[in-house]
Design a protein around this ligand. Structure first.
Ligand code: IMP
Ligand code: MG
Length: 183
């Protein structure tokens, strides 16, 4: 089997919004903060596929407290305007019960908050001891429902970004920096 000698060329879509170094140091800070808050607690990081997986991989390794990883996949119904309606369909559920455990939901970006609002309702029903939210990017001015975000990496502008997990039509998730998408 032959392996390409070099990775395929991938045109960089736009200028850098957050560099890998800036992201890395903020992720370390978040990891330290969560580690302080969850000392001696049964912690589960609940990640919603797929955007947050790159962030999760770094955040998990920045934690000094023991924890489990759980994944969920949901699809949100979007209206004609492409805005999320907040109604979600569960595509992949947690693998194990979370009753009595402390959950931190790991998200790529909190925008309208509608999807997260439905997700929180669904998870509260499972009887965890607590639920908090950790998001890499936050657009608080876009909120349509109030969402308590405990850990937030960066406040972002309204511009569409790609890289470090963020996609445009499933591409660019692999870029190490976060870029603004220019067409
Ligand atoms: P919401 O339900 O309106 O909060 O939609 C949030 C979802 O939209 C995120 O989980 C991302 O998958 C996607 N999204 C929002 N903003 C961006 C962006 O700037 N770049 C890439 N994806 C985004
Ligand atoms: Mg997406």
């Amino acid at each position: 089997m032959s392996v390409p000698a070099q990775p395929l060329e991938q045109p960089v879509p736009g200028g850098i919004f957050l560099s890998r170094d800036t992201i890395a140091s903020r992720v370390q800070e978040l990891g330290a903060q969560i580690s302080r808050d969850y000392r001696d607690r049964d912690l589960v990081l609940v990640t919603v596929l797929k955007g947050a997986v790159i962030f999760l991989a770094d955040l998990s390794r920045a934690l000094t407290v023991s924890h489990r990883l759980e994944f969920m996949a949901i699809s949100s119904y979007r209206g004609a305007s492409h805005h999320s309606s907040g109604r979600i369909r569960l595509l992949k559920d947690l693998d194990a019960p979370v009753r009595g455990q402390h959950l931190v939901i790991v998200e790529d970006v909190v925008d309208t908050g509608l999807t997260l609002h439905s997700l929180l309702k669904m998870l509260r029903f499972r009887g965890p001891a607590s639920i908090e939210i950790c998001t890499l990017l936050d657009r608080p001015y876009r909120r349509l429902v109030d969402i308590p975000v405990r850990y937030s990496g960066f406040t972002a502008s309204d511009k569409f970004v790609v890289g470090y997990g963020f996609d445009h039509r499933q591409r660019f998730r692999n870029l190490p920096d976060i870029h603004l998408l220019e067409d």
